[in-house]
Ligand binder design. Structure first.
Ligand SMILES: Cc1cc2nc3c(=O)[nH]c(=O)nc-3n(C[C@H](O)[C@H](O)[C@H](O)COP(=O)(O)OP(=O)(O)OC[C@H]3O[C@@H](n4cnc5c(N)ncnc54)[C@H](O)[C@@H]3O)c2cc1C
Length: 422
């Protein structure tokens, strides 16, 4: 029997976390997303790698990897700066973790999440109504106990549950946990670059595509190209958009800190500085970097674990709750996992039940995100020292192993001998 009782949900932010949460909640509740930017407020056209833990959840939401141009990443390579291959390893993650990693353009990923949040329910084969999207209207105030938000245009809206997905520089983190919990720079910077195969070929001229790129030899690998001279400089590459693009995340010690590279996903990177910083890398790579139509720059930041994510009927998710560097590629995956935990707001949940259920979700999500942050920090520390990765630094097992909130709760119950009735 269909239970008609639906909660009213408000989500602040239409990033990867906010849209994932919208898809989860819309099935049984009435959802409105308020976004301070326009409809194209994506996180840039560069790449994002989804891990098995995130992919499994996305699959359960009806995610269509083909629409998103997703490329399965089936192995891993290491190269030195001259282009010599040092390591080539199969990953074969699906048998062990239930899904492969996927390489995607961020904008394609967000577009597919937007479809899941807003497409007609019949198209998705689910119940409920599409999410209502309100753009160019930021949430400026929040009463987490009453579930009331004030918007930039002066209006107010009331909900049974408010999900705060407003990113690394969250305006409402303080409202939930108090002051003194800002993300901090880690001293490393990432130039975020995506280049099409067509542009790469043009730029290479008489030189062939590098073997890490050429579809005939790349073998669906993600590759790391290291400086190898003890300096913390490396480039992470992987294919995107049906292998017609490549991501190049060029990571190095911060040279010139800037406000825009700390605050905006859209800060423009200086091509000259990028080429100078990687000037001793091999010629094909430099020509490819020189061909990028868009170079974005982002100073890596992370957030110490928060003492809480929930106050009243409001919950932080995504980078607002647990910003981390991309060294283990888990930030967005954690956001998708956070969103999935909102399945605890099952059909028929009453307004009075919301605070308890948000705390239950938090009790699963917060310790897990903390552990993933710790693993990520360990890798970041070693990379920053210029230490080449070892098996311990690159142990992704904990991150990859997750099957959603209900399984996590069952596991907790098993571990506590069945006595855990939180
Ligand atoms: C270089 C780099 C590479 C990365 N690579 C990976 C990777 O390979 N895999 C991975 O899993 N993660 C990766 N990450 C992490 C990932 O990008 C983030 O974890 C993810 O984007 C966080 O999503 P979010 O929705 O929480 O925040 P955001 O994407 O920042 O979205 C926040 C949204 O909220 C809106 N907003 C802000 N304030 C308000 C307000 N007051 N009212 C309304 N709207 C508001 C913003 O406009 C924005 O649209 C990487 C990060 C970096 C820096």
């Amino acid at each position: 029997m269909v239970n008609e009782k639906r909660l009213k949900a408000i989500i602040a932010g239409s990033g990867l976390a906010g849209l994932s949460a919208a898809r989860i909640l819309r099935e049984h509740h009435d959802v409105t997303v308020y976004e301070r930017g326009g409809p194209d407020a994506a996180t840039g056209g560069q790449g994002i790698m989804l891990a098995p833990n995130g992919v499994k959840i996305l699959n359960s939401m009806g995610y269509d990897p083909h629409r998103a141009g997703a490329v399965p990443i089936l192995g891993f390579r290491m190269y030195d700066q001259k282009g010599n291959m040092l390591q080539d390893q199969d990953m074969d993650l699906k048998p062990k973790y239930g899904a492969d990693c996927l390489g995607q353009k961020r904008s394609d990923f967000r577009d597919e999440l937007m479809r899941l949040a807003t497409a007609p329910s019949a198209e998705l084969g689910i119940g409920g109504e599409p999410t209502k999207m309100v753009f160019n209207n930021a949430v400026v105030e929040l009463d987490p106990d009453q579930g009331v938000v004030t918007l930039e245009d002066g209006s107010t809206a009331t909900a049974d549950v408010v999900i705060i997905a407003d990113g690394v520089h969250s305006r409402f983190r303080t409202t939930i946990v108090g002051a003194g919990h800002e993300a901090k720079k880690t001293g490393m910077t990432c130039y975020r670059v995506a280049v099409s195969t067509e542009d790469a070929k043009k730029a290479l001229g008489d030189l062939p595509l590098p073997d890490w790129w050429d579809p005939a030899t790349c073998n669906n690998r993600s590759s790391m190209i290291f400086a190898g001279d003890g300096s913390p400089r490396f480039i992470v590459t992987y294919p995107l958009r049906h292998q017609t693009y490549f991501n190049l995340s060029c990571i190095l010690q911060t040279q010139n800190s800037s406000k825009s590279a700390t605050e905006s996903w859209h800060a423009e990177g200086d091509r000259g500085k990028l080429l100078e910083a990687f000037g001793d890398f091999n010629e094909p790579l430099k020509r490819i970097l020189g061909a990028a139509t868009e170079i974005k720059v982002w100073e890596l930041q992370d957030l110490d674990p928060l003492p809480s994510w929930v106050r009243g009927r409001a919950m932080l998710i995504g980078d607002a709750a647990h910003a981390m560097t991309p060294m283990h590629g888990q930030g967005a995956n954690m956001s998708v996992e956070d969103a999935e935990s909102l399945r605890l707001l099952a059909p028929g949940t009453s307004r009075a039940d919301v605070p308890r259920l948000l705390r239950l979700a938090e009790s699963v999500r917060r310790p897990r995100a903390k552990r993933v942050l710790e693993d990520t920090r360990k890798a970041h520390f070693e990379f920053k020292q210029g230490v080449q990765m070892d098996d311990e630094t690159m142990d992704f097992d904990f991150g990859f192993r997750y099957d959603g909130v209900f399984e996590a709760l069952r596991e907790r119950e098993r571990e506590s001998g069945g006595g855990d009735r939180r």
